[in-house]
Design a protein around this ligand. Sequence first.
Ligand code: GLA
Length: 733
Amino acid sequence: MAIHFHEQTGVFILETQHSEYQMRIGRLGYLQHLYYGGPAGGSEMSHLVRQADRGFSGNPYDAGEDRTFSLDTLPQEYPAFGSGDFRESSLRAVYADGSSDTDLRYRSHSIFSGKAVLKDLPSFHGGEGEVETLEIVLSDALTGLSVALQYNVFAEKDIITRSAVIKNESGQPVQISRVLSCSLDYADGKGYEYITFYGRHAMERNEERTPVRHGEIVASSIRGASSHQQNPFVILCEQGADEEHGRCYGLSFVYSGNFIAGAQLDQFDSLRLYMGIHPEGFNWLLKAGESFATPEVALCYSGEGLGELSRRFHRACRENLCRGVWRDRRRPILVNNWEATYFDFDDDKLVKIAQEASQLGIEMLVMDDGWFGKREADVSGLGDWTVNEKKLRGGLGSLCERVNALGMKLGIWFEPEMVSEDSDLYRAHPDWVLRSPGRKGVRSRCQFVLDMSRGDVVDYLFEAISRVLSSANIAYVKWDMNRHLTNVFSAKLPAGQQGEIYHRYMLGVYELLERLTGAFPEVLFEGCSGGGGRFDAGMLYYTPQIWCSDDTDAIERLQIQYGTSFGYPISAVGAHLSACPNHQTGRVTPFDTRALVAMAGTFGYELDISRLSPEEKQQVREQTAFFKKNYALISGGDYYRLTGPAKNPTYAAWEFVSPDRGRALVCYVAIHAQANAAFTYLYPRGLRPQGRYAFTVSDEQYLLTGAAIMQGGIPMPRLSGDYRSLTIELEEV
Ligand code: GLA
């Protein structure tokens, strides 16, 4: 059993392999947070909660004259607005009479094995033996609003997921203006750092560490998508925590829309972490008897540093978040025509690329943007999901047959959520876009956003996309989204419900993904949003891989993929070898370095294969063979960041270790060549200390124990020239 309830003390204990979470039904029925951290060895942690008479921190009326009992200072599990806690609340409800304070007290709880699937939302999943659930119902006796807090314990994986279901049992409509998924209080919040992942289009997920200070540090998005700008994955760690040491907590939001994730240090050095849908632009009308389910947050604790935290997320994302046949199957090595041709292609050009690729071990051609409607450039055609037969003579079926005849699969690009002003769809349904009455609307990449909150829009897209996918043997879909939401107004909903659109938009996107992945279970879906603008745990539920960035420069990718690896597994990271000079930066890097970096991901190519030199083609043959041979190790092994851009600006290294620790692959890129440089030593991790490993580094052969390698390091040869790289394959003998 991973979940225990101690009747006498009212304490709940949630146990995973390496962590423990405690809370209690406290005085007056308030649910108090006690502890989250390493296993506490059977002790209840109620002593951590201290009370004192604090000026300006009020007391619930029924606490009588006890001025030490205040919700403003008690650690809580799900604080509600207006009840005397002045910190960030999880819930704000406005009742029919205009009042907006909610007083939540314990009502009941239940514990069961397994986990209910969240309705209409992505979520972690697991079988009966794998996950246990605790549901605690809190309610407000006066207003009849109740909150069912869900705690799902994936003990083996060291993951606890949290969400909440708000139910209106008041008999009258209630407006919910704020509803978060998770709040986590630390009685002693001193000495922590908050790690967030900021970025921009073509440079996503840069790691940023900020000492937690009084006030708040917030990562958020109000763009209608999780965004390139901030990622909905954050870490709280003790100051100075590194890859191997330190207490760390990760929070991953299983949601792809607006979010807020904050760390608030209060007047008494208590810390509150919170995560959920961003309250900006949010207002939900909860009619009598209705419920609202929040998206889920996945929590993970590691007492052994950031590396272990990431590996725990990696395993759980791979096995308990991704679904479908492609969760476990080896994904095809693909060639994408975007950077090879952009919009300038026809069937013959594509077949030529496929022909060359098929000789080199590449397994799939992905036809990117431009195959449909009137789409010669990015200003028209979105929404018209019918094949442009001027480009694809003979149609999609014929192209597919020609590609399949080469032994290659065919994949295809869609941008379902968008419409071009110049499109038949927009001319037929101008009211299908998000746009406020009387306004022209903000254009972005010359396109508008479809109102995904509308059932008729979702139905249209399901039919249009299904028609294409059924018309030929399509093996893969790249699902793109190339602008953010503005003028968020739906012609379909009444004035009083316009605050629901951002969330209803996401529910529409998820519904469409659910229907399509259900109808086409063999098709591999890859998420994308101008690269990695929607790289989040929500999308991974539907698309087991996501295009990581529109920046394909290998050296920039070192940093982007480094940041991405904190919360997301290698098997999810869409990465391709592209042309040089690189199209985004103009940088020239060696062919093998480009391959090595793209292999820290799903691996593919994005350049005109037919223009490669014979030597390069031979390299491609070797690369694809190498990747296939090492696929299980790379995509299913344990990933170790051996360096970081801040600490090691002149080189980068990472490592994959097989689950049985018998094999490891160390990858090294020397970023800046230096004259008369010091020797660089790499310190691989995760090996069996007593095991003996054979490996070769630039012709030099080694046979060393795992302990010797991990303690003493491996000296790297001095590579002359920028951006040179090498791999070391360690094999236990
Ligand atoms: C986005 C994607 C690219 C490509 C283009 C096509 O930017 O991230 O990979 O598909 O759209 O327009």
